[in-house]
Structure formats: structure tokens, C-alpha cells
Design a binder for this molecule. Structure first.
Ligand code: PLP
Length: 443
């Protein structure tokens, strides 16, 4: 009997013992191509010597110093590096240990900003139905995933939800992208008006949706229109790039492609690439100044914020990505992966949609391609695909759930940025076999 309280306590999981580039190796010596980076985390793959060396150096020199007493050079350097490249105005970086903490910090910063301004009635958070922002109570409260929220509903703060920008299912056949984006922006505006603009603090969205539906990018102009609505009513825009940020889409920050800057931006997974647990909330100067010139401090904090070893790992991960020009590879390999999948599945009866940006790609499976009818939820097709893929030495990230009453099976592919052309071919070949195996198991 294992004493670890596992996430999947009834399953016997392989024991991961080492990592080698894009592969993980288990105790039996079996190799798995990590085609999802765990959960879009391992952007540099495993065992990168430069990161291991940087981590070791920092741990030997100074592993940890509490942020009430000290700052560290490495935290300062990482913050400088990020703010120099961040979307306009996001000049300040609050370090945390992961994605949920980054979202919690963003929510509290939004609230404290309005409290400091005397706008204490601003308390409502609006998010989208198709969203995942983390599992701590605040982040879970604003997320839209009904299944994850259900048991904890009595513990969750009030949050409000609007429609996602989910073109595959929500864009009407007779609607242009522009009209679709406008309809969604109008819906947000109506929600703000209905709640009373003086009561709304923030709108939160993932720039590209990750863990609920597998790499759903917004249509062009969506975020420009959303930004305009937020500005009209003084509502802060929080973009959650915990999964989609730090190069995953081929740009350091996914919202660069959407031509906007949020007021607060959360990052995590690709920041440390899994070498250490680290996340951050990027804060615009207006919010920072209001708090610093007001009460003088952010009423928040955790023991491990700004952890020196975590910052050292993240800084080296980012240096490698930049020096090796890996974002060029993300864009090229992402294009290759999408093209290969689309070519191979152009007439597959159960592949409904292939979408995404960079190396952040979602495949949506349907029972009927014409009607987009989803598979029976009880079949758990997504879990079968994961099982089959593992058997074929491939890690993919499965998702199944109900979004606005529509059940769906999705698979997220998020391979490391170091993938070669032939790695991508191997991923597609194994994925096809896993898909075929999973589908034949339900015939
Ligand atoms: N936000 C987004 C968009 C995520 O995808 C996730 C995790 O999948 C989180 C927040 C939560 O991050 P963590 O699991 O590091 O707490």
C-alpha cells in the first residue's frame, strides 16, 4: 500500500525515475514521449544540463531567504527580465509558487486596488463558463468547470460567468468572426450593466483556454473588444496565461497576438518549466502605484514567494529559450503538428476540431462529425485515449467534461519547445495509434 495520497488513488501508476530530453523513463525502463509537458509545463523537456547547473549553483549559494527580511539578486533579475518583455505597463512582478496562487494574488490585487481607491463597492468577478483558473477556493470559485466546482459550491465566493469564445461550438453558421466577437463583448457588457458597473472589479479569462477544452484560441478582435468593454466601465482585465503563457503559443505572452495588454497577467507552468514550482502575477503600474502610494503594502503573502532556487531555475529556463531561439521552433513545429494532424484526420469521422496556437494544440473528439454530437460521457473516451497513449509510450493530456451542457472529449498536445521535426512525426504516429485503439475499444 502506498502512503502517498495520490491524485488517482485507485490506479497503479508507473514510477517515473528519470527524464531525458522530450522523454520520461519509468522504473521498468520504458520511455514515454512527453507530448503534453505534463500539463503544458515541461517546455525545455527533462534534465536540461544548464538548468540543472543553475539550480545547483543557487541551492549551494542560497536556497531560500524569507521575503519579509530580504530580496535576492536572482528574484530581482528574473523580475527585470520579465518586465522588460511583458505587455505594455506590466512592470511589476509578484512571485508565487504556482498557477492557483498567481490567480489568487491577481484577484486580491484587483480588490485591494479598488479598496485603496475608495471604490469599495467593486467586488464582483466575472469569468467565462469554459475556464479553469486553479483549485484553491478563490481560483476554483471563478472557474467555469462545473464538475470541479460542484462538491465545493457552499465554500466558494460568488462569481459570475459569461459565454466562452469557443468558435467550434458557439459561433453560429451565419455569423462572421467579427460578429461573433461582438456578440460576446456585448454579453460581457450586459453582465456588467446588470450587476452595476460600480460593483464589478474584474473580468478574468484565459487568453487561450487550456485545461477545460484543450487549446481553444480566441477569434481575432475578441480581446480588443473585451478590453474596450472593460475600459468603458473601469473594470480590470485579468488574463490567465498560467498554461498559455511563457512561449507556449510561440510568443512569450499569448496576448501579444491579440494586440492587447491586460491589467494583471498570471503565469506559471512554462516559467520554471517544471524544474521548480514557480508562478507570478504581473501587475500594471497603475495598480502597483495605487497600492504602494496608498496603504504601502499588498495585504497578502506566502512563505515561499520569491523563492531563490525557483527563481534561479526559471531565469535559466528563460535564458535557454531566448538564446536558443526556441520560440521560432515553437511556431514552426506547432504549424507542422497542426498540419500533420489535419492532413491525417481530414475525413476522420470522430475528429471534430483541431485547433490551437504554437505548440498548444487541442483535438476535440465527437461521435458525429456532422452534428458535432459528443460521445456518451460514460464512455470516457478521453481517459481511454490517455491509457492507450501511455501503452504506446506517449503522454497526452486528456479532458472530458460538460461545458454549457455540452459534453466533450478533448486531448491537449503541448510538447516541449525543443521538439524536432522527426519528434513531431513520432508524436502524431503514436497519437493516431492511441486514438484508433481507444475508438476500437468502444465499438
Ligand atoms: N490557470 C490555468 C489557466 C491553468 O491551466 C491552471 C492549471 O492547469 C491553473 C491556473 C492552476 O495552476 P496550478 O495547478 O499550478 O495551481
Amino acid at each position: 500500500m502506498s502512503h502517498v495520497f495520490h491524485r488517482l488513488p485507485k490506479q497503479t501508476l508507473p514510477v517515473a525515475v528519470s527524464g531525458d530530453g522530450i522523454e520520461l523513463i519509468d522504473a521498468a525502463g520504458k520511455r514515454y514521449i512527453d507530448a503534453c509537458g505534463g500539463a503544458a509545463v515541461s517546455c525545455l523537456g527533462h534534465g536540461h544540463p544548464r538548468v540543472v547547473a543553475a539550480l545547483t549553483r543557487q541551492a549551494q549559494q542560497l536556497a531560500y531567504a524569507h521575503t519579509s527580511f530580504f530580496t535576492t539578486q536572482v528574484a530581482e533579475e528574473l523580475a527585470d527580465w520579465l518586465s522588460a518583455r511583458a505587455p505594455q505597463g506590466l512592470d511589476h512582478v509578484y512571485f508565487v509558487s504556482g498557477g492557483s496562487e498567481a490567480v489568487e494574488a491577481a484577484l486580491k490585487l484587483a480588490r485591494q486596488y479598488f479598496v485603496e481607491r475608495g471604490e469599495t463597492s467593486r467586488r464582483h468577478i466575472i469569468a467565462r463558463r469554459q475556464s479553469y483558473h486553479g483549485n484553491t477556493l478563490g481560483a476554483l470559485a471563478i472557474g467555469g468547470n462545473a464538475w470541479r466546482r460542484e462538491p465545493f459550491l457552499p465554500l466558494l465566493i460568488e462569481a459570475h460567468h459569461v459565454s466562452p469564445c469557443y468558435a467550434y461550438r458557439e459561433q453560429r453558421a451565419d455569423e462572421t468572426e467579427e460578429a461573433f466577437a461582438q456578440r460576446l463583448a456585448d454579453e460581457l457588457e450586459q453582465k456588467i450593466l446588470q450587476l452595476g458597473p460600480e460593483t464589478v472589479a474584474a473580468f478574468v479569462a484565459e487568453t487561450v483556454v487550456g485545461a477545460t477544452a484543450g487549446a481553444v484560441p480566441p477569434v481575432r478582435e475578441y480581446f480588443k473588444k473585451i478590453r474596450a468593454v472593460c475600459d468603458r466601465y473601469g473594470v480590470l482585465l485579468i488574463l490567465d496565461e498560467v498554461m498559455s503563457g511563457m512561449g507556449r503559443t510561440g510568443y512569450l505572452f499569448a496576448c501579444t497576438e491579440d494586440g492587447i495588454a491586460p491589467d494583471l497577467l498570471t503565469i506559471a507552468k512554462g516559467l520554471g518549466g517544471g524544474y521548480q514550482p514557480i508562478g507570478a502575477t504581473l501587475v500594471n503600474d497603475r495598480i502597483y502605484r495605487t497600492i504602494v502610494d496608498g496603504s504601502g503594502f499588498f495585504q497578502h503573502g506566502h512563505t515561499y514567494i520569491g523563492h531563490a532556487t525557483a527563481c534561479a531555475a526559471a531565469l535559466e529556463v528563460q535564458h535557454v529559450i531566448e538564446e536558443d531561439r526556441l520560440l521560432d521552433n515553437v511556431r514552426a513545429r506547432g504549424e507542422q503538428l497542426r498540419t500533420l494532424l489535419r492532413e491525417r484526420h481530414a475525413s476522420h469521422p470522430h475528429v471534430g476540431d483541431i485547433r490551437g496556437r504554437g505548440l498548444f494544440i487541442g483535438v476535440e473528439l465527437v461521435a458525429d462529425r456532422e452534428t458535432k454530437q459528443a460521445f456518451e460521457p460514460g464512455l470516457k473516451l478521453h481517459a481511454r485515449i490517455k491509457r492507450e497513449a501511455m501503452a504506446h509510450g506517449l503522454m497526452v493530456y486528456p479532458m472530458g467534461g460538460t461545458i454549457d451542457g455540452v459534453h466533450g472529449d478533448h486531448v491537449l498536445l503541448a510538447p516541449p519547445f525543443i521538439c524536432s521535426e522527426s519528434d513531431i512525426e513520432r508524436i502524431v504516429e503514436r497519437f493516431d495509434r492511441a486514438l484508433a485503439g481507444a475508438l476500437s475499444s468502444i465499438d
